[in-house]
Design a protein around this ligand. Structure first.
Ligand code: SF4
Ligand code: SF4
Length: 179
């Protein structure tokens, strides 16, 4: 009983202390949009599609981001170029539904899709919130400047042969493993 009373008095005193601390501090009003507070790089707002260090599109249209998206706001169609390299023929995000959870970025194996701190992409018309590939694709690497999926993937697309990729072992002739 006494203990509970002390806890109540302590929490009331803490509340007054917090209020008192701010009583004589000069108020600071952020005048947006004149002043834009710098946001951390990992803030989750507008989504972009990035390029690899060679300037090629990173997205390989694997559908993982659209599969993991809890609100189904990503859609695309896969295509393949003459070297067997996959890309998205079209790629669409409906920002009217996006909840900026970041799951698509976490699921992406190529670091193509990334959320950025840019939150100023809101439009008045809901239909204008549907962004196509040309609206999403940027000409830089985003947060992961050195990463090139095809250098690690072991897929022969003209960059390297089998066994030549980063951390990749040379192919094994399975017949030599047979007893
Ligand atoms: S941030 Fe979340 S809701 Fe938005 S596109 Fe990515 S997975 Fe979907
Ligand atoms: S953005 Fe990433 S996860 Fe989504 S389809 Fe492209 S490569 Fe796959």
């Amino acid at each position: 009983m006494i203990r509970a009373g002390i806890d109540i008095i302590a929490s009331i005193a803490a509340g007054f202390y917090t209020t008192g601390r701010h009583l004589f501090v000069r108020p600071f009003t952020e005048s947006y949009p004149e002043y834009k507070r710098p946001l951390p790089a990992r803030s989750r707002a507008r989504i972009i599609l990035t390029r690899d260090p060679e300037g090629r599109e990173r997205c390989v249209a694997c559908y993982l981001c659209s599969g993991v998206c809890p609100v189904n706001c990503i859609s695309m169609q896969a295509a393949e170029d003459s070297r067997g390299r996959r890309y998205a023929a079209w790629f669409r995000i409906n920002f009217g539904r996006c909840i900026y959870c970041g799951l698509c970025e976490q699921a992406c194996p190529t670091s193509a899709i990334q959320l950025t701190p840019d939150f100023e992409h809101i439009r008045r018309d809901l239909l204008d919130m549907v962004f196509e590939k040309q609206d999403l694709l940027v000409d830089h690497c985003g947060k992961d400047p050195d990463y090139d999926f095809y250098q690690h993937a072991g897929v022969v697309t003209g960059l390297a042969g089998k066994g030549d990729h980063i951390s990749e072992n040379a192919p094994v002739n399975t017949r030599t493993n047979m007893p």
